[in-house]
Design a binder for this molecule. Structure first.
Ligand code: SF4
Length: 416
C-alpha cells in the first residue's frame, strides 16, 4: 500500500491523466485565479467533460489507476525512464472515490486509464475490476469510459466492453514509423487488431440486442482513439488520411487530436517545442468536415498546402473554397444541401434553416446574414435574391478579404 495519502495520490494521478485528450475541454487558453485575481481556472484537472450517447455533456472523474509504467513511450510523462512522482490506487480506492464524487454531484461518471504495471493483462484486469465493482456491487448506472490496453488478452478487452459505456485504444502516432520510433514497446498491428476486435464485439452486441432485449450491452457509446500531433514529422494531410481510415475501418465514434506538449525531462528524440495549438484546432475542424459536411478525406487533404499542412490562419473549409473557386458562387435559393454546406461560414444549422425558410420565400443576403457569424466571409461565395458577387472569386486579394482577424479565432470555433 502506498504511503502517500489518498488526496496526494489523487493529485498525482489526476494530473497524470490530463495528457489524455479524450475529453472535450482540451485546447483552451490557460487561465487561473492564483494570487487572488479573478475566479476560476482552466488548468485544474481531475474532472473533465464528455458527451454521453444521448448528446448530454457530462462531467467525469478523470484519473489514472497508476502512473507507474513498464513501457517507455518517449512522448509520455509516465514512461519508465521519466523522473516523476509515482502513485497508485487500488481498484477499491477508485471505486470509493468515484462513488464519493458521484454522491456529492461532482461527476456523472468515470474516465479511467492507467500506466502498465507488471504486464498489460494484469493492468487490464485491475481496470476491469474497478468497473466490475461499480456495476455489479454498487449497481452504478453512471457513465464509464475505460482506456483499453491493446496488448492485453483479447478476452480481457472484451470484458472491459461489457462494463464500460465507451472503450478507447490510443493509436498514439499517425504513422507506423512514428510509433516505432517514439513508442518502441507498442505495435501498430497489435493496436489495430484490438480496435478491430472491439468493432466486431460492438456490432455483434448491437445485433444481438435487436433480437433479444436481455442480451448484454457492449460499449454502447462505441470506441474512440487519440492521435498525438506534432511529436513526429507527420503532416496534416497524413493525419487526415489516417483519421479517415480509422473511422472507416473501425467505426470509431471519435478521433481525438492532442497537440504534443513538451514534458519535464523530455527525451532527446522529441521536438523542443509544442506545435501551435491552432494546429490541433484545424485538425478538429477537418474532422468535422468529414463527419458532418460530407467532405471526402481527399477533399480535406486538398485544402492543405504543398507541404501537406493545413493553413493556420484560416479554417480548412475556407481554405478549400479559396482553392476551388470555380465551384462558387452557390445559389442560396436553389442549391442542394450538399452544395450549401460547402459555403464558408454556413454551418449545418444555418443550412437547415435556409432549406426550411426558402420553401416559403426567396432569401436575401440579409436573411442569410442573420444565420451566421460573418457575412463578409459568405458574400463572395453565394448568390441570394438581391445579391450576386461580381468576379469576386477571381480577385487576387480574396483571401485577405475573407480571412478572419487573428482575434476572432474563438468565435470561429466550429462555426462552419
Ligand atoms: S504505455 Fe506508454 S503512453 Fe501509456 S502510460 Fe506507459 S509510457 Fe505512457
Amino acid at each position: 500500500m502506498s504511503s502517500e495519502s489518498l488526496l496526494d495520490r489523487l493529485a498525482i494521478l489526476a494530473d497524470a491523466a490530463k495528457y489524455d485528450a479524450s475529453c472535450a475541454s482540451s485546447g483552451t487558453a490557460k487561465r487561473n485565479s492564483k494570487g487572488g485575481k479573478g475566479i476560476g481556472s482552466t488548468e485544474g484537472m481531475g474532472i473533465c467533460h464528455a458527451y454521453a450517447p444521448d448528446g448530454r455533456c457530462i462531467s467525469l472523474l478523470k484519473i489514472l489507476l497508476t502512473n507507474h509504467c513498464v513501457f517507455d513511450c518517449h512522448y509520455c510523462i509516465n514512461r519508465k525512464s521519466s523522473n516523476v512522482r509515482r502513485a497508485k490506487f487500488t481498484p477499491q480506492e477508485v471505486v470509493d472515490l468515484t462513488l464519493a464524487f458521484y454522491r456529492r454531484n461532482y461527476i456523472e461518471g468515470l474516465f479511467l486509464s492507467s500506466g502498465i504495471v507488471k504486464n498489460s493483462s494484469h493492468t487490464m484486469e485491475q481496470l476491469i475490476e474497478v468497473a466490475r465493482i461499480l456495476r455489479e456491487e454498487h449497481d452504478f448506472r453512471g457513465y464509464i469510459h475505460l482506456k483499453t490496453i491493446p496488448e492485453a488478452e483479447p478476452e480481457l478487452i472484451h470484458r472491459a466492453g461489457l462494463y464500460a459505456d465507451r472503450v478507447s485504444i490510443n493509436v498514439e502516432l499517425p504513422t507506423v514509423a512514428g510509433l516505432t520510433r517514439l513508442a518502441p514497446d507498442k505495435s501498430a498491428a497489435t493496436i489495430e487488431g484490438a480496435m478491430k476486435g472491439l468493432k466486431h464485439d460492438i456490432i455483434a452486441a448491437k445485433d444481438e440486442r435487436k433480437r433479444f432485449k436481455s442480451a448484454p450491452a457492449f460499449a454502447p457509446a462505441g470506441q474512440s482513439t487519440q492521435m498525438i500531433v506534432g511529436a513526429d514529422a507527420a503532416t496534416d494531410a497524413q493525419i487526415v488520411g489516417k483519421a479517415s481510415a480509422l473511422y472507416d475501418r473501425f467505426r470509431l465514434r471519435r478521433v481525438y487530436y492532442s497537440a504534443f506538449s513538451p514534458i519535464p525531462d523530455a527525451s532527446a528524440v522529441l521536438p523542443l517545442r509544442r506545435p501551435p495549438l491552432i494546429r490541433e484546432h484545424r485538425l478538429y475542424q477537418s474532422d468535422w468536415l468529414m463527419r458532418f459536411y460530407d467532405y471526402t478525406p481527399a477533399e480535406v487533404q486538398a485544402a492543405a498546402g504543398d507541404d501537406g499542412m493545413l493553413p493556420l490562419d484560416i479554417d480548412p473549409k475556407l481554405a478549400w473554397a479559396l482553392k476551388f473557386r470555380e465551384r462558387f458562387p452557390v445559389d442560396v435559393n436553389r442549391a442542394p444541401r450538399e452544395l450549401l454546406l460547402r459555403v464558408p461560414g454556413l454551418g449545418v444549422r444555418a443550412v437547415d434553416a435556409i432549406l426550411a425558410s426558402r420553401r416559403h420565400r426567396r432569401l436575401r443576403l440579409e436573411d442569410v446574414g442573420r444565420l451566421t457569424v460573418s457575412i463578409a466571409k459568405l458574400r463572395p461565395f453565394l448568390v441570394a435574391a438581391d445579391w450576386r458577387p461580381t468576379l469576386l472569386t477571381d480577385r487576387q486579394d480574396l483571401r485577405a478579404l475573407v480571412a478572419p482577424p487573428a482575434k476572432s479565432e474563438q468565435l470561429e470555433l466550429f462555426a462552419a
